[in-house]
Design a protein around this ligand. Sequence first.
Ligand code: FAD
Length: 429
Amino acid sequence: MAIDQQQEKLKIIIVGAGICGLACGAALREHADVTILESVAEIKELGAAVHLAPNAHRLIQGWGGDLYQYGAVPNRNVREYTKDGHVKYNIPVDTLAEFGYEWVLCHRVDVQAELHRLATRPDGPGAPCKILLNSRVVTCDPEEGKVTLKDGTVMTADAIIGADGIRSAVRAAVNPVFSSSPSSHSAYRFLVPMEKIKQHPDLVELGVTEALTMIDGVDRRIIAYPCRNKTLLNFVVCLPDSELNEISEEKWSAKGDRDALLKSFETFLPVHQKLLSQAEEIGLWQLRDQEPLNQWAKGRTLIVGDSAHAMLPHQGQGAAAAIEDAEALGFVFSGANITREQVPELLQRVFRLRYRRATMVQQASRAAGLGDMMKKASGFEGGKMPELFSNMMAFRKFNMSYLGAQDWEANHQDYVLPVDAVKDGVLVV
Ligand SMILES: Cc1cc2nc3c(=O)[nH]c(=O)nc-3n(C[C@H](O)[C@H](O)[C@H](O)COP(=O)(O)OP(=O)(O)OC[C@H]3O[C@@H](n4cnc5c(N)ncnc54)[C@H](O)[C@@H]3O)c2cc1C
């Protein structure tokens, strides 16, 4: 809905220009003057690829996004082998038929580029977001809607959105009790040119050139899938921290060592080792998540994305949840004539709308990483996991059939926190 011509536009500051911050920009630009503050000098998404299930892809397309222009690959098959080469499952996928949108395999740089385009394009709704690089936020006054940058600059807005990732400075101001913790596993991540893989018929036979492929060794696993028009093969290779000298509580990422990687997989089949041996430049990341936070919003400030619900990658839904947060913000701020006074309540509404769904996905990701959906998940509201978790297919449908915040609020009340569940911004049940 258009903003009343008479009324001054709301001013919103988003902290962080990662996937979440840029998606928030794309969602909010129609309803406010948006400035995005990013700490780095150049926006460069690290890591390798990301897969976006239909729940996230739908929302990006809703903003006018087109990931196919960068060579996004529709995922048509998921297969898993044991480390002895037995096929655990090999399932055809057609989420376009099932949910109306493809499950796409993308280079992270491309997702970032497309969200950047949506947030800043001159022909989009409202005004393009302003992005200020080299702007690290060091403190935030959540009640006042004020941030202070490293160089001492103070900036104020009607709302501050903390999309500054797992080490969030904004979270420290909204909910200082919680921080993330290591999961006891880390992941090597790298990309290999597909041409290199295609030179080996035994590697092609594994299916990696076409499908999302997993090779499971219980406490370690290889995940590989194509991206960018199938010209690159993306790897995420998880293994226990106990085998890594490079990673510690203080050091969350490092350059990966190819020999160490191969050594950790020496009990796998020779063909799996050959697959890993194609690696060139390798990154190593500690896998961390956090307990569900009992407060996301305080005064004029809200945390979203990894800042609010950092999760393990085992459901491939972290970026998707961040994109869902962004769309929920856009929905809540889409009312006509929103005043500065209404902002704190609107931010609480986003928390109530998003908390249960994001927490369920976060907990399911942790449980999947631990290998047992039902028994090992913890930390859900009241300590009880919803029934839905007992059935993988039902949970997949829960993830992928999401239609956006408006539908969620209207038709999925069980998954929206009631107003009285939150007192002074804090979840009380
Ligand atoms: C191995 C692995 C695989 C994954 N695979 C998938 C997948 O397939 N699908 C999926 O949906 N998700 C996946 N995820 C999760 C996904 O990567 C994250 O959930 C997502 O990137 C979070 O985005 P974000 O914008 O919230 O945070 P970030 O990407 O961390 O972005 C935060 C931004 O804020 C900036 N910033 C930080 N502090 C400040 C500050 N103080 N001031 C200003 N700017 C600041 C940072 O520079 C950065 O640009 C994976 C994660 C991992 C580790």
